[in-house]
Ligand binder design. Structure first.
Ligand code: OSB
Ligand code: MG
Length: 385
């Protein structure tokens, strides 16, 4: 089979006719609590979107979390929007190609994580029926990707050193420390002092600071960090541009980058010199790939973020991270960093890397028994007529 490339359709020109969409909610416990500046996560409440179409099935994972703390979306809200606003518009089309999904859903403002989950399921279904992997479709140039790990805020410095030490032993190529006011210079200093000076280190504030903290953040410059991720609020692009003039450490944006259009504005304003790409945050893998392309053209390196995904979302993230301008290790950690039992075959770290799935679609199979055991609700929405 000849490989098709973006933005050509992965399947037939007429696209996919979806007959039904199963919305599954699962509650999957994390191996350890994950604390950030916005809250503590003990288990992941995941919405899975399972499309059943004329040419087969596909899976999508919605990255919206249980509560609207990282961004305004949350799992219950995403499910409601999918059921009441997205699916009726999609079912109003007879056949629909995945490259037209975003256009059909464009009248609905925002709700990008909800849209991304539906588009991902569509993409998986069409690629499976075409026998093409997501990695090949997106234009991946590697068969494995370098992995970092995001380390939560801990109760004490010894606990942090313990966690970082364990991850380094496991082979992670880059450490990201979650920071917030009161947990920043001290943990970064101790980690730097404790481990070999060559380790790749960066921090993520999840918007916990203000521009008034610029001098304080500049004190991080002495620690040779790869980048500071999202120090200021999501909407404050100009403040990030001003901060970038005060700190030497590169500014990377996560929450702020909600689309290719915003990515372009942020880069041109000087608000960031690195971008964390999360497909859910930007409305899907096709928009994510566009951001990759525009960053490549402007020589802005990108890396693949994470939202504590199960194997379903992880498979697709790893495929995306195999594109050429993903120049920094991502938050694409192994399954066992998150879950005792994943809902797909586990992603395993080998020499600090995860293998890019090469099978059709997202390239992994959902373990139905495991999903059944974790299911908290299930609804099937059918096409009428
Ligand atoms: O800001 O990158 C973030 C997890 C949930 C929500 C936001 C973020 C994160 C992480 C962990 O940092 C990334 C991962 O390992 O999936
Ligand atoms: Mg982040």
């Amino acid at each position: 089979m000849t490989e098709l490339r973006r933005p050509t359709s992965p399947a037939t020109a007429s696209g996919l006719r979806v007959e039904a969409v199963e919305l599954r909610r699962i509650a999957i416990p994390l191996v350890a609590p994950f604390r950030t500046s916005f809250g503590v996560e003990r288990q992941r409440d995941v919405l899975l979107v399972h499309v059943l179409g004329n040419a087969g099935e596909g899976w999508g994972e919605c990255v919206a979390m249980e509560e609207p703390l990282y961004s305004s979306e949350y799992a219950d809200g995403a499910q409601r929007v999918i059921e009441e606003h997205l699916l009726p518009r999609l079912f109003a089309q007879d056949h629909l190609d995945v490259t037209d999904v975003a256009r059909v859903l464009a009248p609905i403002r925002g709700h990008r994580m909800a849209k991304a989950a539906v588009e991902m399921a569509w993409l998986d279904a069409q690629l499976r029926s075409a026998g093409q992997s997501l990695a090949a479709y997106l234009g991946a140039t590697r068969t494995s990707v370098e992995c970092g790990v995001s380390v939560g805020i801990m109760d004490s410095i010894p606990q942090l050193l313990d966690a970082v030490g364990t991850y380094l032993e496991q082979g992670y190529r880059r450490i990201k420390l979650k920071v917030e006011p009161g947990w920043d210079l001290e943990p970064v200093r101790t980690v730097r002092e404790h481990f070999p000076s060559g380790i790749l280190l960066q921090v993520d504030a999840n918007a916990a600071y203000t521009l008034a903290d610029a001098d304080h953040l500049a004190a991080l410059d002495q620690f040779d960090l790869l980048l500071i991720e999202q120090p200021l609020p999501q909407e404050e692009l100009l403040a990030h541009a001003k901060l970038a003039k005060v700190v030497r450490t590169p500014i990377c944006l996560d929450e702020s980058i909600v689309s290719a259009a915003v990515a372009t504005e942020a880069i041109e304003m000087g608000a960031c010199s690195v971008i964390n790409i999360k497909p859910g945050r930007v409305g899907g893998y096709l928009e994510a790939a566009q951001i990759h392309d525009l960053c490549l053209a402007r020589q802005v390196p990108v890396w693949c973020g994470g939202m504590l995904e199960t194997g379903v979302g992880r498979a697709a993230n790893v495929a995306l991270a195999a594109l050429p301008n993903f120049l920094l290790p991502g938050d694409t950690s192994a399954s066992d960093r998150y879950f005792r039992q994943d809902i797909t075959a586990p992603f395993i770290l080998e020499d600090g890397r995860l293998a890019v799935p090469s099978g059709p679609g997202i390239g992994v199979e959902v373990l139905r028994d495991v999903v059944d055991g974790l299911t908290t609700s299930r609804r099937v929405v059918r096409r009428v007529g």
